[in-house]
Design a protein around this ligand. Structure first.
Ligand SMILES: NC(=O)c1ccc[n+]([C@@H]2O[C@H](COP(=O)([O-])OP(=O)(O)OC[C@H]3O[C@@H](n4cnc5c(N)ncnc54)[C@H](O)[C@@H]3O)[C@@H](O)[C@H]2O)c1
Length: 358
């Protein structure tokens, strides 16, 4: 069965808007609705492109159950993309927003799905894996990056990345904790109410239309700084920019989501690590090098040795499970991702400057 009436919460955000446009473009006969509170600075820039793609927009807040009343024509799929997605959220002492959005808000979305008898696709995060455990992985320092050793002695951890068996004990930031708690509630809804759901624990997703900022959206931040000639800092792990993330093009994620929803009955209950994988991973130093080549500007980058709370030295996704289940694997390289982000900045320079570069 192909879903015909889809709600995307956080639908004006980076991932939500890209998924909304992709799902609508792939099958124009579908009804796709994006709901968003427009809390994130810059998400209003996505409204014209949602409109042009034929995606309906609802201004709403998932913290308010009344904003999530079932429509006359019930949704058949809810894709939950709304969040406070910063790993630093709550460290300033203001914990309410991240908890009320990422956990209580998700439960409101599940209630809507239950009332509509809709399926759910939930965007979770690699941040469910505990910080200290990840930073305990044995690494070697290479010229431009830290690399995890082949043998780690830890289940679900190898040079190929982090798999779903990785231990879950330990602190993980409030962002990761609220996402993991939501995963647990989804498991209960499946058991209690027969809700069908797929969960993707995503590593870093990157690409056009991400409103990158220092605590979230690092690859956009890097491209923006190079384009607008602003300075940057390598923060943490000695300040040399050797920390590593894999990155997945948001279009690759959209391909996976289309595949997953087309096979939702079969994949129901699936929980997958999803990311660019080792072949599409970059250290900050390597990101700088690609930005210099692609954008053609060298900017000043200082080092700050002290590591921020909750930061991780190396995170790379092991995609083995999702690839085995679906056949999907990432198609777009790290260089393509940076080039696509830069092209987006160039094509939308005035708006991007106003929203992000001040
Ligand atoms: N971007 C990544 O690298 C990444 C990685 C792993 C997981 N994820 C997950 O993917 C999802 C989407 O992330 P993103 O990168 O698109 O973030 P984003 O900040 O670009 O998008 C989130 C959207 O949710 C909206 N929002 C926030 N609180 C809301 C509320 N209470 N009610 C309604 N809307 C609200 C924001 O205005 C924003 O438009 C999140 O659940 C995030 O945890 C993202």
């Amino acid at each position: 069965m192909s879903h015909q009436n889809i709600l995307i919460t956080g639908g004006a955000g980076f991932i939500g808007s890209n998924l909304a446009v992709a799902l609508k473009t792939a099958r124009p006969e579908r009804r796709v609705t994006a709901l968003d509170s427009l809390r994130r600075r810059g998400s209003e820039l996505n409204l014209p492109r949602l409109r042009e793609a034929g995606v309906a927009f609802v201004h709403g807040d998932i913290r308010n159950p009344e904003d999530l009343a079932p429509p006359r024509e019930p949704y058949d799929l809810v894709v939950e993309c709304s969040a406070e997605p910063s790993a630093l959220a709550g460290y300033d002492g203001d914990v309410r927003f991240v908890i009320n959005t990422n956990l209580a808000g998700t439960i409101n979305c599940l209630e809507l799905a239950r009332q509509c008898r809709a399926d759910v696709l939930f965007l979770s995060t690699s941040r469910v894996y505990p910080v200290a455990r990840l930073n305990e992985l044995p690494t070697v320092e290479e010229p431009t990056r830290f690399a995890v050793e082949d043998e780690t002695g830890i289940p679900g951890a190898s040079a190929a990345g982090i798999a779903e068996e990785f231990p879950l004990d330990g602190y993980r930031t409030l962002y990761g904790a609220t996402k993991l708690a939501s995963e647990l509630v989804i498991a209960e809804y499946r058991h209690m109410f027969g809700l069908r759901a797929v969960v993707n624990r995503c590593g870093v997703i990157a690409g056009p239309w991400q409103m990158g900022r220092v605590d979230q959206g690092v690859f956009t931040l890097w491209a923006l700084a190079h384009h607008f000639n602003r300075s940057l800092k390598y923060i943490g792990f000695g300040g040399a920019g050797k920390q590593v993330r894999d990155l997945l093009h948001v279009y690759d994620l959209a391909d996976l989501v289309e595949l997953q929803i087309s096979r939702l009955a079969e994949l129901d209950g699936g929980l997958f690590n999803v990311g660019g994988g080792l072949g599409t991973s970059l250290s900050l130093q390597e990101t700088t090098e690609i930005c210099r080549e692609v954008i053609g500007r060298k900017i000043e980058i200082a080092g700050e040795a002290a590591t921020r709370e909750g930061d991780v030295r190396v995170y790379v996704t092991d995609n083995a499970k999702v690839t085995a289940a679906t056949g999907w694997r990432p198609q777009r390289s790290a260089r393509t991702i940076i080039a696509d982000i830069h092209q987006w900045v160039v094509q939308n320079e005035a708006a991007v400057r106003q929203a992000l570069a001040s």
